[in-house]
Design a protein around this ligand. Structure first.
Ligand code: FAD
Length: 479
């Protein structure tokens, strides 16, 4: 048993990954400390999931109440709808603070030692923080990520900013360019347009929402882009962005052709949100002293989340979870990886099935998925020699969605025609983010498409959209 170490486990970084790991470690009887150099809660609670969902909730209400035609169909008429920008910003800030306190209290309540300071490895069982140090049998790196800003883009935090500053909602520019049409850019486009700003997406790929299933992206364009004050350019890079002065001098954005890198246009806008992805935050950890060679900043890990050295060998006692390992940059993936790592530490061989981890974009309406796009599934089928079946339905026939007068959207299930192995599911529509878990859990349990066919769903619920897709699966072998 262990020992001369101060702790069984030390976690570096008190974001959602570190927090989830800490709670599970205590449950497993490990003496645990967590070291935080910034603010408890990390990106998700302070600069990510939590404040962004607060802004989406408030701005979504504004959009809803300003949509007179829609309300009229429900027999409702409202007068002039006004909002206070600062009030919405305060909601986001207050929510972050509430959840930050909840996280802190849950760790304190369970006896996790919270140590403050920036941690640096001395060796694989020792870290220093501030002018102190501590030792542990196991150390988990959970240091997360920061916004990635491409070269040539100058951030001033006022007119050219990343999500870190956008979440503060300090002003509402008339016209915002959003560089990158991934889920972060899309969510902000939902907030901005609801509150009256015009949006232009700048996307390097040939089409917007490049990560989405093609059919879902088309729907999303019809529902989330078309009817709103949004336009976009594709195949272009923002190669130079120069800040302006709010209300006085515009931001200038130089656009270059993605392939030739020739300058094709210069745009002038009021503000520019840079949503071009996230970079791992592993600087200053002293990873060289434990023989880790990061890959573009990410800590390489095996499927148990054990850190690997230059030669791909496990570094005894060192683990890495969450955004810092780059496997899947989502909050719930970070904590699920943490739980799996601790199970492995305790001698139970738990490996997280990343194919079962759902993802969502919290626009109005939402988009969610688990597993592959139809395009990816078909490519895999071609490579490995199997057919792919796709079953789909729309929200148009769903009683609950019709009652809400929110029947835009669709759901699709993608599976192997021969075995029924579930390859992916995509949902776009009201509460899609909540509806994806049935498919996610089915993948996690190793269920086949045909196992879902006879599942019963309450009427009238949005879950019947999923029911309707499942019912189309063949009853014996899928086809
Ligand atoms: P983090 O939450 O980044 O936490 C890392 C912590 O480590 C930080 O507190 C940092 O200060 C600390 N740290 C770093 N280095 C050191 C050191 N050397 N010593 C001590 N402490 C250190 N994900 C979702 O699943 N759903 C969403 O809706 C969602 N929305 C998002 C919206 C936005 C705008 C953004 C930016 C992200 C969003 N994400 C969302 C992604 C999510 O925030 C991240 O995947 C998640 O925060 C990763 O958790 P983590 O624990 O790995 O790292």
């Amino acid at each position: 048993s262990a020992h001369d170490y101060d702790y069984d486990l030390v976690i570096i970084g008190a974001g959602v990954g570190g927090h989830g790991a800490a709670l599970h470690a205590v449950e497993c009887g490990l003496k645990t400390a967590i070291i935080e150099g910034g603010v408890i809660g990390g990106t998700c609670v302070n600069r990510g999931c939590v404040p962004s969902k607060a802004l989406l909730a408030a701005s979504g209400r504004v959009r809803e109440m300003r949509d007179a035609d829609h309300l009229k169909m429900l027999g409702i008429e409202v007068g002039d709808v006004r909002f206070e920008r600062q009030g919405i910003a305060d909601h986001a800030e207050n929510l972050a603070s509430t959840i930050r306190n909840n996280l802190t209290n849950s760790m304190k309540g369970l006896g996790v030692d919270i140590l403050l300071g920036n941690a640096t490895f001395r060796d694989n069982h020792t870290v220093s923080y501030g002018n102190k140090k501590c030792t542990a049998q196991n150390i988990i790196i959970a240091t997360g990520s920061i916004p990635f800003v491409p070269p040539g883009i100058e951030i001033d935090g006022k007119t050219v900013f990343t999500s870190d500053d956008a979440l503060k909602l300090e002003w509402l520019p008339d016209w915002v360019a959003i560089i990158g049409s991934g889920y972060i850019g899309l969510e902000f486009s939902d907030v901005y347009t609801a509150l009256g700003s015009d949006v232009t997406f700048i996307e390097a790929m040939p089409k917007i929402m490049p990560g989405f299933d093609g059919e879902i992206a088309k729907q999303a364009e019809r529902i989330l882009i078309g009817p709103r004050n949004i336009d976009y350019v594709t195949n272009v890079l923002a190669t130079k962005v120069t800040p302006g002065i709010p209300g006085e001098k515009p931001v200038t954005i130089e656009l270059s052709d993605f392939k030739t890198r020739e300058v094709v246009d210069v745009m002038e806008v009021d503000a520019c949100l840079v949503a071009t992805g996230r970079a791992p935050f592993t600087d200053g950890l002293g990873l060289g002293s434990i023989n880790v060679e990061t890959q573009r900043g990410f800590v390489p890990v095996n499927e148990r989340m054990q850190a690997l050295d230059k030669d791909g060998e496990v570094i005894e006692g060192v683990w890495c979870i969450g955004d810092a390992n780059g496997k899947m940059m989502l909050a719930h993936a970070a904590s699920a990886q943490g739980i799996a790592a601790i199970e492995c530490m305790c001698g139970r061989d738990k490996v997280l099935n990343h194919n079962s981890v759902p993802a969502a974009c919290f626009t109005h309406p939402e988009v969610s998925f688990v597993g592959m796009t139809e395009e990816q599934a078909r490519a895999k089928g071609e490579e490995e020699g199997f057919e792919v079946t796709v079953k789909k339905t729309s929200f148009k026939a769903n009683s609950k969605a019709l009652a809400e007068k929110e029947s835009d959207g669709m759901a699709k299930l993608i599976y192997r025609s021969d075995t029924g192995e579930i390859l992916g599911m995509w949902i776009m529509g009201l509460h899609a983010a909540d509806l994806i878990h049935e498919a996610s859990n089915a993948v996690n349990q190793g269920m086949k498409a045909q196992d879902l066919k006879f599942a019963v769903h309450a009427h009238p619920t949005l879950a019947e959209v999923v029911d309707e897709v499942f019912k189309q699966v063949g009853s014996t072998v899928a086809h």
